[in-house]
Design a protein around this ligand. Sequence first.
Ligand SMILES: Nc1ncnc2c1ncn2[C@@H]1O[C@H](COP(=O)(O)OP(=O)(O)O)[C@@H](O)[C@H]1O
Ligand SMILES: N[C@@H](CCC(=O)OP(=O)(O)O)C(=O)O
Length: 370
Amino acid sequence: MEMPSWQRAVLKVGSALIAPDDTGTSSKYLLAIARFIIECHERGQEIVLVSSGSAAAGRKHISFDGDKLPVTIKKAMAAVGQNDMMANWSRFFDFPCAQVLMTHGDLRDRARYVSVRNTLRTLLEHDVLPIVNENDALATDEMKVGDNDNLAAMVATLVDADALFICSDIDGLFDADPRVKPDAKKIPEVNEITEEIFALAGGTTNKIATGGMRTKIEAAEKATSHGIDTYIVNGRKGETFEHLLQGQNPGTLFKRQQDPMSNKKHWLRHTLISQGELVIDEESAAALSRGESLTTSGIVDVQGDFNRGDAVVIRSGSTAEAIGKGICQYSSHELMHIKGQEISDIAEAYGYSPISEVIESNDLMILEDE
Ligand SMILES: Nc1ncnc2c1ncn2[C@@H]1O[C@H](COP(=O)(O)OP(=O)(O)O)[C@@H](O)[C@H]1O
Ligand SMILES: N[C@@H](CCC(=O)OP(=O)(O)O)C(=O)O
């Protein structure tokens, strides 16, 4: 099946390909992937590699026999294995590789997001292969993306890629997990990612992997809504990369949406994690869908505990539906006092003139925009 052409792609490689057993990194599957990267490089197509496998590689240095890997052990494995993983990749290329480690903290802060974006773009301009991973050794639960499928989708939007290739140990998305149902059928193309598509996904059976199929579909949802074609392919098969080089889809293609979201709206929707909720009245909901800002007077209720600058979900008081998400200029504590009031009344009651917009239209994404 023919695939759309692309100029810049993010290639995500899972742990099962980097370190397939307990003996550390292996070149078994990487050789074919590296050849693909080199061929793309020679054709002038740009690649950003998102590589898992630091923890899997670190198993060789830090032994652990139990069933459930403690977080501290996994972090230590990641710290030592990251080095091996980078060295394993670098030896295949005669162009330089750059290690870029990030956490969700670097992506949800707009200034840091722009800074990472500039670094990645500069590396590409200078013909360096960026190799991205989550900074597992340092990331806390609150700070991490948690899986490299979603991280790869965020990186793909960061660098404005036109394709995302997720290389796993399976031929694509099947109508059930083939390891559980051997007669499951592969789905070559997905035009729209619906709840039914998510329902097909099972978890992973690999102890050291993170996501399973669900996080790959989440990644596809993020990337396709930014106009990026997303593929799940089998990185264990050399012919996968021959097909890709010939412009043939060897796995599952999730087709990009025709009207992709702007960069900032995409970041708001898919990168920022909301810390609370604002319930608003009907009049305000109508104003928001006309592109206006959210003001204090339309807020009926405030839920959660958030600070100024945090993202919040906006919910309609009449239908209880989530209608948008935005960056809030007030903390939840402040809003509890001033919700439902006109700005002039607040000024009179509290003796100061607060900012009239609780969420500026610029910092707001309405779900019906998608
Ligand atoms: N519907 C499905 N189609 C294909 N694979 C699925 C499905 N549901 C669950 N899986 C499982 O997802 C696994 C791939 O995810 P994972 O182990 O996290 O790999 P990676 O390390 O490449 O991220 C497959 O080996 C398969 O067992
Ligand atoms: N950042 C982690 C990998 C996380 C992850 O998503 O793993 P995988 O499911 O194998 O892609 C590591 O390098 O070990």
